[in-house]
Unconditional design. Sequence first.
Length: 276
Amino acid sequence: MTMETATAPRRARPFAVPMALVRPVVSLGLLFGLWEIAARTGTISDFLFPPPTAILAALWVSAGPNGDPPYGTLLDIALSLYRLLAGVGLALVLGSLIGLAIGLTRWGRAIFKPIISALMPIPTLAWTPILLLVFGIDNRTTITVVFIAASFEIIYNVVTGIEMMTRKTYWVAASMGASRIQTLRYVIIPGILPYLITGLKLGVGYAWRALIAAEMLAASSHGLGFMIYDAQEYMDMKSIYGGILTISVLGLVIERGAVGALEKRTIEKWGVNVER
């Protein structure tokens, strides 16, 4: 055997499944399999813990034309995603601007930093009763809850990103004749992108949980939180578990899919590493 043969790299199998995907599938499959057997054999109450197959069947029916109302689950999903995107989008814009103001200007630190420090420890849902009195049972209430939940993480991470940049970075830009706008565009924004995306990831996670809780309190109709709350009124355990399963899957898709695609796009365009 020659040295070239001994050190030749192994060819990747074309249909190899990554272990990072196999392990959670096997783990969850084992959990749901045991749950199914226990519920079917009467080991656990099939009323409090319906079999997973029954939960999926009920979820499938409620998402179709025979649901009550027709396509009700799809409407719940669409409305929850609309509220999430509206609130997070607002938090991304205003939170980034406030973070830049705090990190780059004295007046921003003097005005916003004490306010942010005072408001950050307050649980997001503590604002819900006030928002209900201001806006009523309306989309504006749930969107504002999402905005509050996401904005603090975005602001904090933008400020952290600016503080991590050394003065030499600004001196180099100034020595090359860059204006303040050019420094902001070509130096500061690329420099804080890893921190901004980290703040966005954390903010979306907090906002998604706050949204579901707020929908239980402030949604007049539809939404995944309202779906679970409404099912609880009728002791519809299949719909409750179906709503929980939908929340879990959508949360994973949003974090790993949407935000993950944004991370990849950032790496390709700006050449920065966002895996912190």
